[in-house]
Design a protein around this ligand. Structure first.
Ligand SMILES: [Zn+2]
Length: 250
């Protein structure tokens, strides 16, 4: 089988045309016209994941986060990104990423998976964009935090707001959703996202919006989801990367 058959199929769920203009989805390294027998799925392409791919004779690495996001002006193999490119080319591993195509996809998407992971079955699209999901709930910030830690298997998380504040409506944006703080502050009580900076927290607090920061690693949820999609359709060997969160809690 050719890699393109796999990526064409996945693009029926996550069309590359859904990517934001600033994003760089799709082929990162290699060729989609190579043969594929073994596939690895990971959240982020890093050197450790590449070593996992080499160990398992992987032909195609599918990731959420792109490898090549910022322009690369020099391939210096002493640096991580270049080293990954070298490992990929040396071992004939094609790297392909879905990122915001997966975030904004019309049917299956990151934020749907996150909603379902925290056991919320009734949720809506916020606006036309397809990215943000909102849901009505009846809980408190304390209960919601406890539930999210359990359901997403997070050892700890950061939050902004009063712990006993009642929560009637939530929004979910996997990854970095701080750009939506102003817009969502009048719409929901809690924004569940990642990557919150100090002054973004201050802004949210001043507007009465609670934040729950689940980090980027919560997006690892895409790994078993993509695996299921591929297993239903193709007779290939699929590995899930054993990658761990870069951020640890001490
Ligand atoms: Zn992310």
């Amino acid at each position: 089988m050719i890699i393109k058959e796999i990526t064409d199929y996945l693009e029926t769920f996550f069309p590359l045309t859904d990517a934001y203009d600033w994003d760089h989805c799709g082929l990162q390294v290699g060729s989609i016209h190579e043969e594929v027998k073994n596939i690895m799925i990971a959240l982020t392409p890093d050197a450790k994941v590449m070593q996992e791919c080499i160990d398992h004779h992987v032909d195609l690495l599918i990731t959420h986060h792109p490898l090549l996001f910022d322009p690369l002006y020099c391939v210096n193999t002493e640096e991580e990104i270049s080293k990954i490119i070298q490992m990929a080319l040396t071992h004939h591993i094609t790297i392909y990423s879905y990122h915001t195509c997966m975030d904004r996809a019309p049917h299956l998407s990151m934020n749907k998976w996150l909603m379902e992971a925290i056991q919320i079955e009734e949720y809506q699209d916020y606006g036309e964009d397809g990215l943000i999901k909102t849901a009505k709930v009846d809980t408190t910030l304390r209960q919601l935090i406890k539930k999210i830690k359990q359901d997403l298997k997070l050892p700890a998380l950061r939050f902004v707001g009063h712990i006993d504040q009642p929560v009637k409506k939530i929004a979910v944006i996997g990854g970095s959703g701080a750009d939506f703080i102003d817009e969502l502050s009048n719409q929901v009580d809690v924004l569940i996202t990642g990557d919150i900076k100090y002054h973004e927290a201050q802004n949210a607090l001043s507007k009465g919006l609670c934040l729950i920061d689940v980090g980027h690693f919560a997006e690892r949820i895409m790994v078993p989801q993509v695996r299921m999609l591929l297993e239903e359709k193709f007779a290939v060997t699929i590995y899930e990367s054993q990658q761990e969160d870069y951020i640890q809690f001490g």
